[in-house]
Design a protein around this ligand. Structure first.
Ligand SMILES: Nc1ncnc2c1ncn2[C@@H]1O[C@H](COP(=O)(O)OP(=O)(O)OP(=O)(O)O)[C@@H](O)[C@H]1O
Length: 513
């Protein structure tokens, strides 16, 4: 990251409330150590997370696992053919069991775990919720992070794990575990606060927490734009999840959110939440409010990426934290096959995109563009050509955003064209293709490998296969892609845009493999 970003973060260090830093002496704000530059010859990722300041034991190798997948079918079997419910269940669950069991038994997979959820000392009612969600075994990040997160006295955490490997459950279970189950709502103050960079992600987290907490008395509140008004009664829910600006307003302007009893403060996509700009400022303000009002709240930061400069800041934000880190070469998931399409110009990009959708019947896909008007324009043109696509970006009204997201989650819309607004965290397992119509660039127009990783991580969730396709159309965009490829050390394979048959065959093979 550039020195301007370093100095900006360093300057903002001084705005951290000293009361929030009392547990350990502050580390000197320093320029980032140069990141090792992986090349094509970088050793393959092992998926092994490094634990620092922690005492999690190394898992034994090669464990056999039985995974049961619950699938609901219409009574009496498939409504479209002769198959009975039991034969369908047998086939489907066998397929999913084998793939997931293979990966959870492979010590090199980020889904591997040597433990069971019972070993993690969770409340029986939380275990019930987890099993109802179909989870059978913890993933690596859950296995490593949960014992550290749940220890007493509570310790801060900076946790990193690849996209789609189950970080949400790790912090959701922490929030739920820190609430006294015998205390029923209404409560005078909330106990857990979680912030995320987008409305859509915050809503998704809320739904995970609600499902996990189904057998507990815990109640949650979504703190997003339009979800509160001045003069409304004080919140009585124990868990508040939302975006930081709204939460600050609810505390300072509305006085409807009481933070005195907050025991845990979670930042999902923490590197993004702490970056320069208004989101970073809001996260710091909220942290200062919480640490001023509550007694020693546990601060929990999770993300798939932590650039060095942000990590330096994160350790000041969450002093004394246990850290779970990934090595640079472990960041990308092998399950996501990466391609690029060499187009002649901007208009050719659009033609190739349409051809792609004419050729392939894809589960669901997300097309990322740089600008909101590009998202709308492509959606308009593709819709006119008979494709079922929608666009989503920050200029839409919240009701429109919610409706678009709901229809995409329900599978009613197959293609979502969007900006970086949902580049992070969104979890829709049927998404098997991500298109970078415009490659991600940072605020200084430089290639942005972190955002790239988050974007392509919308596919290949929890062991599934996924494909990502990058569009390049001139020297600059090609160089930007090369910079991202070098930073992440994984091949990006060229697909010939003049030979549609080959294009179809290549992508279909990648989607099947
Ligand atoms: N132990 C588990 N067993 C089975 N499925 C799981 C388990 N843990 C999480 N999942 C599922 O895996 C998917 C990805 O999890 P999650 O969204 O928490 O990933 P993440 O690590 O937060 O990803 P991102 O970095 O993109 O935010 C979700 O659909 C979740 O329900």
């Amino acid at each position: 990251m550039a020195s301007d970003a370093v100095s900006s973060l360093s300057a903002r260090l001084s705005t951290l409330d000293p009361s929030g830093e009392s547990k350990t002496p502050p580390a000197a704000a320093s320029a980032p150590a140069p990141a090792p530059e992986p090349t094509e010859s970088t050793p393959p990722a092992t998926g092994e997370a490094q634990v620092e300041n922690g005492d999690a034991a190394e898992p034994p190798q090669g464990e056999s696992i039985c995974v049961i997948v619950h699938i609901s079918l219409a009574d009496g079997g498939c409504p479209f053919c002769d198959a009975t419910a039991s034969s369908l269940l047998e086939n489907l669950s066998h397929e999913v069991q084998v793939t997931l069991a293979d990966q959870q038994a492979d010590p090199n997979s980020p889904l591997f775990s040597a433990k069971t959820f019972e070993d993690l000392n969770l409340h029986p009612n939380l275990l019930k919720g987890i099993y109802k969600m179909g989870y059978q075994k913890p993933s690596k990040i859950q296995e490593k992070a949960l014992p550290l997160l749940l220890q007493n006295p509570a310790r801060n955490m900076i946790g990193q794990s690849q996209s789609g490997t189950g970080k949400t459950a790790a912090f959701a279970l922490t929030m739920l575990s820190r609430i006294d189950m015998d205390l029923k709502a209404p409560q005078a103050s909330s106990f857990a606060v979680c912030i995320a960079p987008s409305r859509e992600l915050a809503m998704q987290i809320l739904s995970v927490v609600q499902r996990m907490g189904e057998y507990t008395p815990v109640e949650c509140f979504f703190a997003g734009k339009d979800s509160w008004t001045k003069g409304m009664p004080k919140l009585t829910q124990q868990v508040i999840i939302g975006t930081p600006g709204t939460m600050i307003d609810m505390v300072t302007k509305g006085r409807v959110l009481d933070l005195r009893e907050v025991k845990v403060f979670v930042l999902d996509e923490a590197d993004n939440m702490l970056e320069s700009g208004s989101m970073g400022d809001q996260s710091i303000t909220l942290k200062n409010l919480i640490t001023k009002m509550a007694k020693d709240p546990q601060i929990v930061l999770f993300s798939a990426t932590f650039a060095d400069v942000v990590r330096n800041f994160a350790v000041r934000f969450a002093p004394g934290a246990n850290e779970i880190r990934l090595k640079q070469e472990e960041l990308s998931l092998d399950a996501i096959k990466q391609f690029f399409m060499d187009c002649d110009n901007e208009e050719h990009k659009y033609e190739v995109l349409v051809e792609l959708y004419n050729l392939l019947t894809i589960g669901q896909s997300i097309i990322f563009v740089k600008r909101r008007d590009t998202a709308d324009e492509i959606a308009r043109r593709m819709s006119a050509e008979g494709h079922k696509v929608v666009s989503l970006h920050g200029k839409l009204e919240t009701t429109e955003r919610d409706a678009v997201m709901e229809s995409f989650r329900d599978g009613k819309t197959k293609v979502l064209i969007t900006t970086n607004v949902i580049a992070r965290g969104i979890d829709i397992s049927q998404v098997n293709m991500v298109v970078n119509y415009d490659l991600p660039l940072d605020a200084q127009n430089r290639p942005d490998p972190e955002t790239y990783l988050h974007r392509i991580g919308r596919t290949g969730r929890f062991g599934r296969q996924g494909v990502s396709i990058n569009f390049v159309h001139d020297r600059r965009s090609f160089e930007n892609m090369e910079a991202i490829r070098k930073a992440l050390g994984k091949p990006i394979v060229r697909v010939d845009t003049s030979d549609f048959e080959q294009m179809e065959a290549t992508l279909k093979a990648a989607l099947k493999s």
